[in-house]
Design a protein around this ligand. Sequence first.
Ligand SMILES: NC(=O)c1ccc[n+]([C@@H]2O[C@H](COP(=O)([O-])OP(=O)(O)OC[C@H]3O[C@@H](n4cnc5c(N)ncnc54)[C@H](O)[C@@H]3O)[C@@H](O)[C@H]2O)c1
Length: 327
Amino acid sequence: MTTLVIGGAGYIGSHVVRLLVERGEHVVVVDDLSTGFAERARGADLVELDVTLPDAQDKLAFHLHASGADSVIHFAAHKQVGESVAKPELYWHDNIAGLANVLAACASAGVRDVVFSSSAAVYGVPDVDLVTEELIPAPINPYGETKLVGEWMLADAERAHDLRTVALRYFNVAGTGWPDLADTQVMNLVPIVLDALDKGKKPIVFGEDYDTPDGTCIRDYVHVVDLAEAHISALDYLRGEERPYRVFNVGTGTGSSVLDVIAALSRALGEEIVPEIGPRRPGDPAKLVCSTDRIRETLGWSSSKSLDDIVESAVAARRGTPEATSA
Ligand SMILES: NC(=O)c1ccc[n+]([C@@H]2O[C@H](COP(=O)([O-])OP(=O)(O)OC[C@H]3O[C@@H](n4cnc5c(N)ncnc54)[C@H](O)[C@@H]3O)[C@@H](O)[C@H]2O)c1
């Protein structure tokens, strides 16, 4: 089996590449290395290519043919909510044009199976206890909108070209499976807190007056290795016969508040973290936790790692200690 992993030199993609290589599959990573690193693609062939360029479709089709690929996992995208609000045209162009090139290349090369990185951002600010896939998506920023349009594009490509696709809606991804694959971008809560501490600053908690038990926002934190394994399950699902669904939530089904995460980080670091309390940020729902029923029942996947596993692996990777090799 050969899989073309687009964005496979990035944080999440490189974890999937490593699992695929470990199970003996041939992997070709396509990446423009804009936020990724070539050394993360160890064990795979690396093609340096920006998939948004006009000639990318032909180049992708060539590499799909040449490698004998039978499946594609598409990670490459811009992913910053704030940036997407400031530069919507960048998100509409790159996230959508990139996916269009990928789907067209799959169609022309006769590659059938495609897994797409979607996001909980498609749900917007749902006022429900557990988010199920049946909820009508209502993204509130261009980033989430491009992910939802991406899901529609998959459905269109299935009808037009006989592809088979899965969109995985990731909730809050954190942790590290291998120290060299750590999340180097400071965009999610765990790296943001660790980065503030490294700079001798207090991490800021945005709002402590939400309608939650401790007043801070609750999210569903999934370990990146669990998430990577969900991609392997999705590939196996596409390679099989039965395929009732195209969209799956990927999370744990359990919520942790911002203060829960800070407490877990305090335990992992062996020192008490005292945050600063700031105002709420616009667009932050009080609670975003997913139902995992569909993915558990259909793909047989469920998370196995805890919040403590997540923060311990992130802390160990930052310190360069061997605990981060816990995957
Ligand atoms: N990290 C999260 O918490 C999270 C949550 C939900 C969804 N996602 C989605 O998961 C995917 C991967 O996220 P990540 O955290 O690994 O990000 P990342 O930035 O670490 O990885 C993205 C990879 O894609 C490559 N890339 C970007 N644009 C490209 C282009 N035009 N052509 C070729 N390669 C390109 C980058 O160099 C990088 O290696 C994204 O689609 C993101 O929207 C991430």
